[in-house]
Design a binder for this molecule. Sequence first.
Ligand code: HEC
Length: 149
Amino acid sequence: MRSGCCAALLLVCTTGAALADGKAVFDSNCAVCHQAGGVGVPGQFPRLTTRAGAIAAKPEGKAFLLQVVLNGMGGRITVDGEQILGAMPGFDSLSDDDIAAVLIYITGLDHKPVTYTAAEIKKARTLPRRGPSDMAAMHTSLAAKKVVQ
Ligand code: HEC
């Protein structure tokens, strides 16, 4: 009985400690717009595959992606040479673990994944919040610096 109890506890511990499943978070919250695998829709929803990993390879870009997920984004941006005028809601209602996992997932699409921790998400929540149009403006200024392609 005692060993059975320990085994059950161990199971809870290992599954509880496992990282949230970034693909599952993406498929249920993001794929409706960005499409399965983050391939996007030209002129409508930005492609994330390959791009997100390249953006997050620079510290400014890494912080930007996290801010987009928390704050959402809306306003004219240019991606893959096409203008997009769309709106994305913020996802600050997701847990720190889920946001970290989905960011690792999108940066790892056809690219070396970039690590985000739940602690980083928690910290980012304390920064002054930005509106969706501020995030689009940030995209444009980071594009000028070649952080965002
Ligand atoms: C309702 C549709 C929709 C959903 C759902 C959505 N997005 Fe977006 N996302 C967009 C649009 C549209 C833009 C571009 C906004 C603009 O035109 O200013 C965008 C922009 C982005 C960007 C910035 C891309 C860039 O090049 O600057 C990232 C990163 C991103 N989304 C990730 C996510 C993640 C992760 C999720 C799920 C947690 C998600 N999105 C859910 C529509 C959506």
